[in-house]
Design a protein. Structure first.
Length: 211
C-alpha cells in the first residue's frame, strides 16, 4: 500500500470539506478542517517526507471570483515540490499544459471529459493529444444511486449516465495513466470506506498501476 497525500484548496485556503457540500458557485462548503498554513508549506512537508503521487485539488470553479487565488496557491505548491504532485480542478485541454509546465506530474480531469452527463470522447481525445495519456488522471469519483455507483461532476453534485464498472475502466484505460475514485457519499464524513465500491474497483482486471 502506498500513502498519497492531498492538498485541497478552496477560496485560496487549504481545507478539507464534506463531500458534495460545495454550493452552486463553489463559494462555500461545509468544512471539516481549515488551516492558515499555505499549500506551499504542505508541499514542502511532503517533499521532506518523500511522499509522491499526491494530488492538489482546486475546489473553486473556473468562473469563481476566488479561483485565481486558489490557483496561485496550487502553483506555489507545485513549484515547492515539482515533478511529484498531480493537480485537478477545472482542468481542460486549454490549461492542462500550464500546470504540467509548473511542475505537476499529471492533470486530473472530471467535468471536461464527463460532459453533459456522458463521456465526451472528443474532449478526451483532445486532452490526450495535448498532454499525452501518460499525463492524464481520470477522476471517476462517484455516488450511489439505487444499487449502483455513477460518476458525478459539478462539485460532485450532478449524476452522469456513466456507471462505475470494470467495463468503464476498460473503455477509458488507453486515455489515461491512472484513475482517481472518491466514494463521495462518505468523503469527508469520517464514515470509513465503502466496501461495496472497493469490491467493484478490485474486480477490474486491467493494469493495476491505474489506481
Amino acid at each position: 500500500m502506498k500513502f498519497r497525500p492531498c492538498i485541497d484548496i478552496h477560496n485560496g485556503a487549504v481545507k478539507q470539506i464534506v463531500g458534495g457540500s460545495l454550493n452552486k458557485d463553489s463559494s462555500s462548503a461545509l468544512e471539516n478542517f481549515a488551516t492558515k498554513q499555505s499549500a506551499k508549506r504542505y508541499a514542502k512537508k511532503y517533499k521532506k517526507d518523500g511522499l509522491t503521487g499526491g494530488h492538489i485539488i482546486m475546489l473553486n470553479s473556473l468562473d469563481s471570483p476566488a479561483y485565481e487565488e486558489t490557483k496561485k496557491q496550487a502553483l506555489k505548491a507545485l513549484k515547492a515540490y515539482p515533478d511529484a504532485l498531480q493537480v485537478g480542478g477545472g482542468i481542460n485541454n486549454r490549461n492542462a499544459s500550464e500546470f504540467l509546465r509548473a511542475g505537476a506530474t499529471h492533470v486530473i480531469v472530471t467535468s471536461y471529459v464527463f460532459f453533459e452527463g456522458r463521456i465526451n470522447y472528443d474532449h478526451l481525445k483532445k486532452l490526450a493529444e495535448v498532454v499525452g495519456p501518460d499525463k492524464v488522471v481520470l477522476d471517476l469519483s462517484c455516488r450511489k444511486l439505487g444499487d449502483d455507483y455513477y460518476v458525478v461532476t459539478d462539485r460532485w453534485q450532478t449524476f452522469t449516465e456513466e456507471k462505475v464498472t470494470p467495463e468503464l475502466f476498460e473503455k477509458l484505460d488507453k486515455y489515461c495513466d491512472e484513475f482517481l475514485v472518491h466514494g463521495v457519499d462518505r468523503e469527508g464524513k469520517r464514515a470509513g470506506m465503502d466496501e461495496k465500491l472497493v469490491k467493484i474497483l478490485a474486480s477490474y482486471n486491467g493494469c493495476r498501476r491505474h489506481f
